[in-house]
Design a binder for this molecule. Structure first.
Ligand SMILES: *Cc1c(COP(=O)(O)O)cnc(C)c1O
Length: 385
């Protein structure tokens, strides 16, 4: 072989005595085959095998298996974002004239997807109030094929009675799914409660460092995995190996990070509630909507909560936000940095509620020293008062 060929073809190094604690990052678009027959029959390969980079590398299989183990499922698929994971579930289950139920408290891009993408393609949707529980039965139509849940709900943090909803769905032969991003499978295991699709934004706690986007869906049924993978193949959806590596790294510390931010967020949320600064929405507080379901079904809290501000605070909000020193202003949460984001749910909600017209501060507790966080928050709320 001449030099240009030697430059292209890598020699094979002996790995027989090599062992590492980290998972190797396999980057590949092309997968090569040992002989003509294995190339010709590549279409028959198992979904866990390899045929094209888009459908996964060994790095990706490790993350899929690790999430499957945490969720207590059968298989996991990875998508380029949390929102893509939700969209793929909906597109897998729903066809023309079908109907989907979503909570009024769903992550706002979800009703956006229903209105802007599904509706023009003949798929119907309607919303339910998050506390509905078994009464969801009354909203089911003959065309209903999917009940979507999110618990706690985005921004307003209502915990749903997931076992009750899953039970109704099962009895009526309807598939159910959940956005479990707040809890992660460490704090709530949806499949054990009868949910069919357990989705999370790996962008948040699993990645854990605000430097990647990814989503996952775990199922207990191999046929659902096959259907999800069919949708992904047709839409050309896959994930980048380097981002997968970062999630694998993030996962190693997730339990310790979650335990810490859950404890600090609980202390701060109790304190803010006791000081009467505004309604504090956090599942661990007995006053928070759906607290009884959290206490029954969850094994702890993560580090995200909300504070509903009195109307009088709005005039001083920008000055207070601009004075923050430790907290940054930002929305995507679950990383090491503490964040505050002023939100309004008014345009996203269909059911009237007094807090819909208020400014709601969403607070993400990060890994900074809790005393620095308290001091920053004290200064912030003094400026608001
Ligand atoms: C962030 C988030 C998503 C979307 O995740 P992306 O990876 O940013 O698309 C979905 N659901 C919830 C509850 C989220 O907070």
């Amino acid at each position: 072989m001449r030099d240009p060929t030697k430059s292209v073809h890598h020699p094979i190094a002996d790995e027989s005595e090599y062992a590492s604690l980290s998972v190797p990052t396999h980057r590949a678009s092309t997968i090569v085959f040992t002989d003509a027959q294995s190339y010709a029959s590549r279409g028959q390969r198992d979904l866990d095998s390899y045929s094209y980079g888009l459908h996964g590398t060994p790095t990706q299989r490790v993350l899929e298996a690790q999430l499957t183990a945490l969720e207590g499922g059968a298989k996991t698929v990875l998508l380029p974002s949390g929102q893509a994971a939700i969209a793929v579930i909906f597109l897998t289950v729903l066809g023309p004239d079908d109907h989907v139920l979503i909570p009024d408290t769903a992550y706002p891009p979800v009703p956006g997807f229903c209105r802007g993408f599904l509706e023009p393609r003949g798929i119907e949707w309607s919303v339910y109030a998050p506390g509905i529980g078994p009464e969801i039965e009354n909203l089911i139509r003959p065309e209903t094929k999917l009940i979507w849940t999110e618990s706690p709900g985005s921004t307003t943090m209502e915990v749903e009675d997931i076992p009750a909803i899953a039970k109704v769905a099962k009895a009526r032969g309807i598939l159910s799914g959940i956005d479990n991003t707040w809890a992660t499978p460490l704090l709530f295991k949806p499949l054990a409660h009868g949910i069919d699709f357990s989705m999370q934004a790996l962008t948040k706690y699993p990645g854990g460092h605000s430097d990647l986007l990814m989503g996952s869906v775990t199922v207990a049924d191999l046929d659902l995995r096959r259907r999800l993978r069919d949708t992904m193949r047709m839409l050309g959806l896959g994930v980048a190996p380097d981002a997968v590596s970062l999630v694998l790294r993030g996962l190693e510390t997730m339990a310790v990070r979650l335990a810490h931010v859950g404890r600090v967020a609980t202390e701060i949320a109790w304190d803010l509630e006791a000081r009467g600064i505004g309604e504090v929405l956090f599942p661990a507080l007995p006053s928070s909507p759906g607290h009884e379901f959290w206490a029954r079904d969850f094994s702890g809290s993560s580090g995200l909560f909300s504070v509903v501000l009195p109307d009088a605070a709005n005039a001083r909000l920008d000055v207070a936000l601009d004075g923050l020193k430790v907290f940054s202003i930002g929305a995507s949460w679950g990383g090491t940095h503490s964040l505050i984001a002023p939100m309004s749910v008014e345009n996203a909600r269909q059911n009237a509620h007094p807090r819909n017209t208020r400014t709601i501060l969403r607070v993400n507790i990060g890994l900074e020293d809790p005393e620095d966080l308290r001091a920053d928050l004290n200064g912030f709320f003094e400026k608001l008062a």
